[in-house]
Design a protein around this ligand. Structure first.
Ligand SMILES: C[S@@+](CC[C@H](N)C(=O)[O-])C[C@H]1O[C@@H](n2cnc3c(N)ncnc32)[C@H](O)[C@@H]1O
Length: 257
């Protein structure tokens, strides 16, 4: 039997790992580190290697790096593009498990944040386990999400009393009616979609590079901090070439407005 662990490692700070994550790492034989092409590749890979060194030292495990297939925008539809990309990732995982893991060994993927949030590795590995010709099992180890770090760093609850919370993507924030947004966390936003929400009594709680030495926080009425956010985002892209950010948009209630 081969065993795969999908270990949530939190979104940047090695101290966000849970004890369960560390104990699972200690019994792992092979770590699969996936590199994404583009600027930020070395930094993100180094963060994962630092986690291994810090908790396991340098010996007693193998590390296999592989290039994660890039998302191509060639396919006509968004959904179709994602399916093609997932097929490529599933094939990569299958070959890593077949070629790099011996029977009786365990392998782990270190998943940024928590494996259940905007990450499809769980589904892809579940597909492989369901169709595997050889005995294969997997386990998911939860991690701290970037949503939790955002609210902790801003010292706010995720929702006000009795309120719902939406967690969505920049793609949705860019296309949906802003009136639908009351209390929403927006992730994977490449186009500063919060700009569509000005003039609507919205507060924003924004975090870039959370948990890393470059962590930046901005909070306040969206109309007032918009220019600052635009400047920070432009500077981040100029200086580092990549940015990971997340924000909570919160419509002010009558009493607070
Ligand atoms: C593919 S999703 C993965 C989310 C991850 N599984 C989690 O639990 O947070 C990547 C998005 O998460 C958010 N994110 C992850 N880490 C972050 C960090 N350190 N700082 C700010 N945003 C982060 C950003 O919105 C980014 O575009």
């Amino acid at each position: 039997m081969k065993k795969i662990y999908l270990i949530g490692v939190g979104p940047g700070n090695p101290e966000y790992l849970t004890i369960q994550a560390i104990e699972t790492m200690k019994k792992t034989d092979v770590f699969f580190l996936l590199e994404k092409e583009g600027r930020g590749k070395e930094e993100l890979l180094r963060l994962r290697r630092d986690i291994l060194s810090r908790y396991l030292g340098e010996d007693g495990y193998r590390v296999v790096t592989a290039t994660s297939p890039p998302r191509t925008m060639r396919e006509p539809g968004y959904e179709e593009g994602v399916l093609v990309w997932h097929d490529q990732k599933r094939a990569l995982f299958a070959s890593l498990i077949a070629d790099e893991l011996r029977d009786g060994e365990s392998g782990a993927f270190l998943i940024w944040g928590d494996p259940s949030l905007y990450d499809q590795t769980v589904s892809l590995i579940a597909d492989l386990v369901a169709t595997s010709a050889e005995p294969l099992d997997f386990e998911v180890i939860p991690g701290i999400t970037s949503v939790q770090v955002l609210t902790a760093r801003h010292k706010i609850p995720l929702n006000r009393i009795g309120e719902s919370i939406t967690i969505t993507t920049g793609r949705q924030a860019e296309t949906r009616d802003p009136a639908e947004f009351h209390n929403a966390v927006v992730m994977l936003d490449y186009n500063a979609s919060f700009q569509r929400f000005t003039g609507q009594d919205m507060d924003i709680y924004w975090g870039g590079y959370l948990g890393t030495p470059d962590e930046t926080l901005v909070a306040g009425p969206l109309d007032e901090v918009l220019d600052e956010l635009r400047r920070i985002k432009a500077q981040a892209r100029d200086e580092k070439g990549w940015l990971m950010d997340i924000y909570l948009l919160r419509r002010r209630k009558g009493d607070d407005a």
